[in-house]
Ligand binder design. Sequence first.
Ligand SMILES: [Zn+2]
Length: 363
Amino acid sequence: MLDATQEQSDPGHVMTVLGPVAPMALGAVLMHEHLLCDLTPPANRGRAAEDVEITLETAFDVAYRPGAHRGNHRLSDVGLATREAALLCRAGGGALVEVTTGGLSPDPAGLAAIARATGLHVVMGAGFYTEPYLDPDTLSQSVEQLADTIIAQLTRGAGDAAIRCGIIGEIGCSWPLTPFERRSLQAGAWAQRATGAAITVHPGRDVLAPHEILDVFEAAGADVGRVVIDHMDRTCLDVAEVIALARRGCVVEYDFFGIETSNYWFGVVDLPNDWMRIRAIARLFDAGLGEQVAVSHDICTRSRLQGMGGHGYGHLLRNVIPLMRDRGFGQSEIDTLFRDTPRRLLTLPGDAEASTTHEGEDA
Ligand SMILES: [Zn+2]
């Protein structure tokens, strides 16, 4: 443990795939994205069929029914992801939180290559996605075993490479929670207590799901102030529900920015569009909860990439910030959403070992 003098002099650090960086170095941050991942539903994997080709003729339909086109949910091309990340940098982005967890084919070395090629700070997520994506061996593990894996990903490195995670999640949850998913959340809480890392959680598709998750975290001794509940856009459609959730102390995340469609491919949900998200966030600021809001796009399909005719990772910076200004947001609200809250969440406590590892690789 650090004494009070050290705590004052050490502002902590953010752990990226290229090593620790100073929190102030991040710039504008996207809190929930995927650069390299495979969200193809397990039942559809390995089928002998052609991947969809995105052309001007198919682009709308692939974007409208993203799950109905083979290969659209697979982001495995490091060159393509690097070009998309470079477009984010050109739009003013400084950092991206890559929340591809176990079950979704995380690629730490690929993320490090993207960060090295573009200068984008990439923070990688530790832990496990929802039960249907995981193998029987993982599903049989105890809380202790799962926590050991998450802590190792945060402190030693993920996979074979010594590339460290900087956040826990997205932890995948169904509604109601499966026994494995409950252990996965408890393991996340234990790993948070050991490392100080923030946790980001993909809740099941029910308005009660985030509350069940917070109950598990509270019982496991997690710091709920460092928990982000993702996907408000399809989980809590009434802003009063989002306000009630934020009043429990967590961060609430609108992370479907750029999705402006009436067709939700995982069921019947009246998805908001971007101005409705902005209006909901304004209500949270009015309620004094503006420091508990995160924003992102959650890109996990090819059809949303700029090179494939989609909005790309720069959409919030290029297009949504001007919409926010039109609706009365000032620079201070915009800084809260894109800089201050992400920095608070991603900053890990001062740690001499961590802050000397890989020093100098983060230019
Ligand atoms: Zn998710």
